[in-house]
Ligand binder design. Structure first.
Ligand code: HGY
Ligand code: MN
Ligand code: MN
Ligand code: MN
Length: 399
């Protein structure tokens, strides 16, 4: 299995594969090499999504195997990458063994899913459905204040117009399958090798900039302050409360632009909240609660809160037909499987939210660790995942 050697090679490139940085470029080159080695046709779109294709007799329809090759900062070598490497090797094996498929098969290596560099997630997949706006991309800046288009220019990618961006849209994809490390502990705890995902939570990223007023920390009476950091502290704990109250998950990352001094009242804080829930109604209720709470804090404290919805992806229920196909294959191979909901977001959820029947196969994460360098999945679990993926694709495309 080439995948085990290839994972090591990707690991050696580094664990900080952020959109358009050097490690991202190196990783994309390695994936291109692997795809060509395995007899696939390689192309890419202007965002940097890489397509590794095995043409079928019917070229107007495509079954896609999808995942992402970017990572979070100091992430692991398995999140996203396993699904892409398994897809490339699976298509190479199917081509060798069965020749031309009825419909085309394509590994879609998504350029950006994590939102690590520019804080909005699923940029790669959203490009495939015309969900990206040039004006929004133009405003994106990373934490070194490098813009989205400057980051592209540094690696030799030319600017593009909205019209060219719209040309990334795909309308030939009839099925999407993703193989992904589980990033939780169900499979490890139950000693079951294959997970089949039934639901993926909605995910929203809400950016808030709280603007108060710097002033002397000794002479300004408590009730005359516009303390941005105290306001932020209240909002952060309210966001945590929402996660507990509605049994979803909520997280806040933030940067304090105050003067980083203890004798000046903090004047400006940036927060980004990540809120998730599987139930669409509750998911929207969380947003409404947060909006109302922030408004009340704003009035009470006399601060100003800029409120921006960076991204909002709805919860999805994956395809039962595809899941039945995956179950059939796990039985054929003699592997036990269990169905459960994902806590993480995944590229297939974008496919599914555009009515493309989609499936997501999980393989175990040791101690459920992910988004950390210690992320690890055992070789035999990777090989199991590759075999389940390959046989599922074979059944769907060679009859
Ligand atoms: O954040 C997530 O759930 C995914 O890893 N991007
Ligand atoms: Mn991830
Ligand atoms: Mn992932
Ligand atoms: Mn994913």
């Amino acid at each position: 299995m080439k995948i085990l050697k290839r994972i090591q090679e990707i690991k050696n490139i580094g664990n900080n594969r952020q959109l358009y940085n050097e490690q991202w470029v190196e990783t994309k080159k390695a994936l291109e090499r692997y795809a060509i080695e395995d007899g696939l046709k390689v192309s890419e779109d202007i965002i940097g999504n890489l397509f590794c294709r095995l043409e079928g007799y019917n070229r107007s329809k495509t079954i896609s195997i999808i995942s992402h090759f970017d990572s979070v900062e100091n992430g692991g070598a398995y999140d996203g990458i396993v699904g892409i490497l398994a897809g490339i090797e699976a298509l190479g094996m199917l081509k060798k063994k069965f020749g031309t498929p009825e419909v085309s098969l394509e590994v879609i290596c998504i350029a950006e899913e994590e939102g690590a560099r520019f804080k909005t997630t699923f940029l790669g997949c959203r490009a495939l459905f015309g969900d990206l706006k040039y004006e929004n991309l133009k405003r994106l800046k990373d934490k070194q204040n490098i813009s989205f288009f400057k980051a592209r220019e540094v690696i030799g990618l030319k600017p593009f117009s909205q019209k060219e961006l719209d040309r990334c849209q795909r309308n030939d994809i009839i099925t999407a399958i993703e193989l992904h490390v589980e990033q939780s502990r169900y499979l490890e705890k139950t000693q079951i090798p294959i997970g089949i995902c039934t639901h993926i939570p909605g995910q929203m990223k809400i950016r808030m900039v709280i603007v108060g007023e710097a002033n002397h920390a000794g002479t300004t009476p408590m009730f005359e302050r516009k303390d941005a950091l105290c306001c932020a502290a209240k909002i952060i704990s309210f966001v945590e409360h929402l996660g507990i109250k509605y049994e979803g998950v909520t997280t806040t990352g933030y940067t304090i632009n105050a003067k980083n001094a203890t004798n000046i009242i903090p004047s400006k804080v940036e927060l980004i909240h990540d809120m998730r829930h599987h139930d669409p109604e509750v998911f929207n209720q969380m947003l409404e609660d947060l909006t109302n709470y922030a408004k009340r804090e704003e009035e009470k404290r006399g601060v100003h809160i800029e409120f921006e919805k960076l991204v909002k992806i709805e919860p999805v229920e994956l395809s039962t037909e595809i899941n039945e196909q995956i179950k059939k294959v796990t039985r054929q191979i003699g592997l036990r499987q269990m169905e459960f909901k994902s806590g993480a977001g995944h590229d297939v959820q974008i496919m599914s939210s555009h009515d493309i029947p989609s499936g997501l196969i999980f393989i175990p994460s040791v101690e459920g660790i992910s988004h950390r360098m210690e992320e690890y999945t055992k070789n035999e679990d990777i090989v199991n995942g590759l075999n389940v993926l390959a046989l599922t694709i074979k059944n769907l495309s060679y009859g």
